[in-house]
Design a binder for this molecule. Structure first.
Ligand code: ADP
Length: 385
């Protein structure tokens, strides 16, 4: 059995896979809701739900969420795991494939916390919690940056002095576990390796990735997961002069700027209503509509940039919460793209949430493929050992 732990700041998603072939037998999440931890899962086909009191401090939240998940796993799954696989957001330049987390590796990953201050500590806390609860089981880290490790020098450099690149100040790209899962699905959808593909991972975090020959050529994310598209609460691309202005002219602290850019911006900041696309779609507020228009506008603009880098485009794929489910976001993006590309989304196929949503006349295929980061992590770990 393989356990997969995908830890975020307010929820921990988990899966259990039996091996040969990999089959998901348990899936669920433990999430913080006000004063409670709510644990919801499907365990061998049966729904399971329970609640625990929430921890008093944010620092212990991840440990408590992981603990709640592992209590369920220990009680409900007879066999102990052969390995526990963790999503780790940042692998820097050193970690480009999954690795067993030894004390030395754990320390090296700690050094990358500065590059992903909101995500990396949560991932490491989950590894620590599982190592404490299952001391004899290998803990394996899979990295969101790894899929982008082959990108060219032109793509990974900022126009800064070379010495900064050597110190790791460069583009990395994220959501790689989702992108590599989608690429693994290309044969199922008859997408040839030679196709020039743009994958739109649109969830609370959002990015686009240009793929050719199964590899990441370019992506909209950068040094941190703040770059590129506007997201649920993150700003996306921003003139760095804004940050300088807030600090030097308006006297903001670094913490205040960080909070603004990670937590109060994006769809939430623009709309003043919510970070959640479902809420925005139902809202009558003009600002909510503006936020959705802005999202589609920026996706179209970034598609232009990635299409130029690829030298053309053959396939567009939508994935993650918004990409998989939001009919209106896909439609709005499709309308903008159709003004400059030979592409058309079929309204009925889009509303019906079909896999292939392009019109028969469209020269560019448009697909909707649900992502599965946990399965991808289990596959990577299984191949590794
Ligand atoms: P995360 O990055 O946290 O994994 P998800 O991939 O779960 O995020 O995506 C969350 C986003 O997906 C939210 O904005 C949510 O509103 C949106 N979403 C989920 N289901 C739907 C739906 N049925 N219609 C529109 N948007 C949806």
């Amino acid at each position: 059995m393989i356990y997969v732990i995908n830890a975020g700041s307010s929820s921990v998603k988990f899966s259990v896979f039996t091996e040969s072939p990999l089959t998901e037998v348990v899936s669920g999440q433990a999430a913080l809701r006000d004063t409670e931890i709510v644990l919801q899962a499907q365990v061998f086909g049966t729904p399971y739900e329970s609640t625990y009191p929430a921890p008093e401090t944010e620092q212990t939240a991840v440990m408590s969420l992981v603990h709640a998940a592992t209590v369920l796993l220990t009680e409900q799954v007879d066999e102990s795991p052969r390995m526990i696989v963790h999503r780790v957001v940042h692998g820097g330049t050193g970690f480009v494939k999954p690795i067993i987390v030894s004390p030395e590796i754990r320390e090296a990953l700690e050094h990358l916390v500065d590059l992903a201050p909101l995500h990396q500590p949560v991932n490491l806390a989950a590894i620590d919690a599982c190592a404490g609860l299952f001391p004899d089981i290998p803990q394996i880290a899979c990295f969101d940056t790894a899929f982008h490790a082959d990108q060219s020098d032109l793509e990974t450099h900022f126009a800064l002095p070379a010495e900064l690149f050597a110190r790791g100040i460069r583009k990395y790209g994220f959501h790689g576990l989702s992108y590599s899962y989608i690429v693994s699905q290309f044969p199922r959808f008859a997408i040839p390796n030679s196709a020039r593909v743009i994958i739109c991972h649109l969830g609370n975090g959002a990015s686009l990735c240009a793929v050719h020959e199964g590899r990441s050529v370019a992506s909209t994310m950068g040094f941190t997961a703040l770059e590129g598209l506007p997201m649920g609460t993150r700003s996306g691309r921003l003139d760095p002069g804004v940050v300088l202005h807030l600090i030097t002219q308006d006297g903001w602290s670094a913490d205040e700027v960080e909070h603004l850019l990670y937590r109060e911006s994006g769809l939430k900041g623009l709309s003043g209503v919510s970070a959640d696309v479902r809420t925005l779609e139902q809202s009558e507020s003009a600002a909510a509509q503006f936020a959705l228009d802005y999202f589609a506008y920026r996706i179209n603009a970034e598609m232009g940039s990635l299409t130029a880098i690829l030298g053309g485009i053959d396939v567009v794929i939508f994935t993650a919460g918004i990409g998989e489910h939001s009919v209106s976001v896909r439609k709005a993006v499709g309308q903008r793209l159709s003004q400059w590309l030979p592409i058309a989304i079929d309204d009925q196929k889009n509303v019906a949430q079909r896999d292939e949503i392009s019109a028969d006349t469209s020269q560019i295929r448009v697909l909707r493929i649900p992502t599965d980061e946990n399965l991808n992590m289990a596959q990577l770990a299984e191949h590794m050992i």
